[in-house]
Structure formats: C-alpha cells, structure tokens
Ligand binder design. Structure first.
Ligand code: CP
Length: 328
C-alpha cells in the first residue's frame, strides 16, 4: 500500500495491494480509513501554489465513459494530472462505439497502450468486471447502471467526515429515487461499513424490494428526515425510468410530498446531493444554495478522494513524503 504520512505517523502494516475498485464490497473498513486519510493529506497539497505531485509520473490513466458525466470524468482526469500521470479520455459518443465496436474490443484496443488504470462508466451492470477480465489494468468503476458508484460513496464519506468530524454513529436519511440509484446502493454499503446508520425515505414505488438486507431502514414518511444528521437527496432519474411506468403520480406531487424544502431541514442538519440536481424537483433551490448544503464540498472531495484511490491502487510500500506535504 501507499503511505504518504510521516514515518512517525505510521502505525498500520502495509496492506495487500488491491487490484480493482469495482464496488464498495471490494473495500474493508481499514481500506476506507486509509483512503480517507490519504485524501485528507492530499487535500493539503492542493493548498499550495504548485498543486502537482510526482507520485504517478509515467503512469497512464484511461477514462472510458459510455454515459454522460461532468463531476466524475473531470475529477478523475484532474486527479490523475495532479499526480503527474498521463491521461486519455474516451467517450463512447464520437468514438468507434458509434460504429458498433463492442465493449470488449474497445477495452482490448485501449489496453494496447498499456494503461495502468481504466476508469469506466457504463449503463450496463457488470461492464467494469468485463473490462477487468480482458485487460491487465487496474479497473475503477465510475458507475455501472443502477449497481455501484464506489468513488461517489467514498467522496460522500469524506465530505461528511470533514463537515461533521465523524462517521461512526451518524444517521443519514437518503431521500428520493433509490430504485434507479447506484449512488444510493454504494452509499448504504459504505455507511454500514463505517458504523453509520441509513434510512431510505421515498415513495414505495422507488424503494427496491428487500433493500433492507443491505443494512438500511426504509420509510415513506418524509417526517423521518427530521431525526437524521445528514439529508442526502437523490436525483429523480427520469432517463432510467421505464416509459409508461407510473413511479409517482406526477413530479409536482413528488415534490410536494418528498421534495427537500427549507421547512424540512432543521437547524444543524446538513444536506447533500451527488449531482446533477433537478432544482425545484427533489431539492428546493433555497436549500441547494443554503449554508446547510455541502454540494460544492462534495465536488471538491471528489478530486482528492479520486487522487487517493489512484494513489492507493498504483503505489505499494511506504513512499517518501514530499516536503510540502509535511506542512500542516
Ligand atoms: N455524481 C456524479 O456521478 O456526477 P456526474 O454524472 O456528473 O459524474
């Protein structure tokens, strides 16, 4: 494992190098702690005038995106650059995918450049596993269908820890379209891993049957958000909803019954949203733009957490701490 803390701060033995980050189930609690600690250290490096670190010089990170993205793609790209890696971003639109090239052939083609990491987003569940099976690269799942988005969960934990000072014992109300949400599935698992509690709050049609087995509670009563430390708002994913299926009577009714308005946020609570937001649907703009909202902090966390994930996958054993990182 990589350990960028000062020598006298190191107490844990090196971990075995993990090959991929395909889902939160690839992580143990110690992995989460280590990645969040690394992210916190790396965030100090970003306060310097020169923000680049040499850690991954000569490495290649390929971002392969079959779905649209603003935050995840830009932050992985910048994270790799901040660590001095080379980067290539390939979006399915405009590539030979448009000509019918399969995912396997696309992955094998890009693997010919010997990438160290392939970061993949794809609408099909299991696409990252396929890429991992046909290439020699470390693979990071940047979102596969409604299955997993593990780096989103890690950046959300980092944001909560920075804002609230702890993770263990936190109560997070996850509100909205859980049914279509990979963010929710990864976050529920990650919260359980660090000893936090999650309650899903949504219309019954948007709560997957049996999801309580992942370690969460469920309710349709929006009043349940009042007891949470964090209100985590999910986007209504209309693009993943089956045509003709009536998940909610109307968006207007959804907003009235489950939208997060200023009246539903009590003092002391924080509000999070993975983005992109449907302002005026799942979240009132007065909440999104309020002091309680951590949405911009989540984006900032995305950069340092993805730097930490790349660092963690690609380095092993203790490394020298760059002088600037020693400055608190
Ligand atoms: N939260 C998230 O995954 O955002 P993007 O779709 O913009 O990457």
């Amino acid at each position: 494992m990589a350990d960028i803390r000062l020598a006298d701060e190191r107490e844990a033995p090196p971990r075995p190098l993990r090959r991929h980050l395909l889902g939160v189930s690839d992580l143990q609690r110690a992995d989460v702690t280590r990645i969040l600690d690394t992210a916190a250290t790396l965030s100090r490096s970003l306060e310097r005038e020169v923000k680049k670190l040499p850690a991954l010089r000569g490495r290649l990170v390929v971002n392969l995106f079959y779905e649209s993205s603003t935050r995840t793609l830009s932050s992985f790209d910048l994270a790799a650059k901040r660590l001095s890696a080379d980067t290539m971003s390939v979006r399915s639109s405009g590539s030979s995918v448009d000509k019918g090239e399969s995912l396997k052939d696309t992955a094998v083609t890009l693997a010919a450049y010997d990438p160290d990491v392939i970061v993949i987003r794809h609408p099909q569940i299991g696409a990252p596993q396929l890429v991992a099976s046909v290439t020699g690269a470390h693979v990071v799942n940047a979102g596969d269908g409604k299955h997993q988005h593990p780096t989103q969960a890690l950046l959300d934990l980092h944001t909560m820890q920075q804002a609230l000072g702890r993770l263990e014992g936190l109560h997070v109300a996850i509100v909205g379209d859980v049914l279509h949400s990979r963010v929710a599935r990864s976050l529920i698992e990650a919260l359980a891993l660090v000893g936090a509690r999650s309650t899903l709050v949504a219309p019954p049609t948007l709560i997957p049957r049996g999801i309580e087995a992942m370690g969460c509670e469920t309710t349709s009563d929006i009043a349940a958000v009042a007891s949470a430390d964090v209100i985590y708002v999910l986007r209504m994913q209309q693009e993943r909803m089956l045509a003709g299926a009536a998940y909610v009577p109307s968006l207007r009714e959804y907003t009235a019954l489950w939208g997060i308005t200023p009246e539903r946020v009590r003092p002391g609570q924080v509000v999070m949203h993975p983005g992109p937001m449907n302002r005026g649907v799942e979240i009132d703009p007065r909440v999104a733009d309020s002091e309680a909202a951590l949405i911009t902090s989540q984006v900032r966390s995305g950069l340092v957490v993805r730097m930490a994930v790349l660092y963690d996958l690609l380095t092993s054993g203790p490394v020298e701490v760059p002088v600037a990182l020693e400055v608190a």
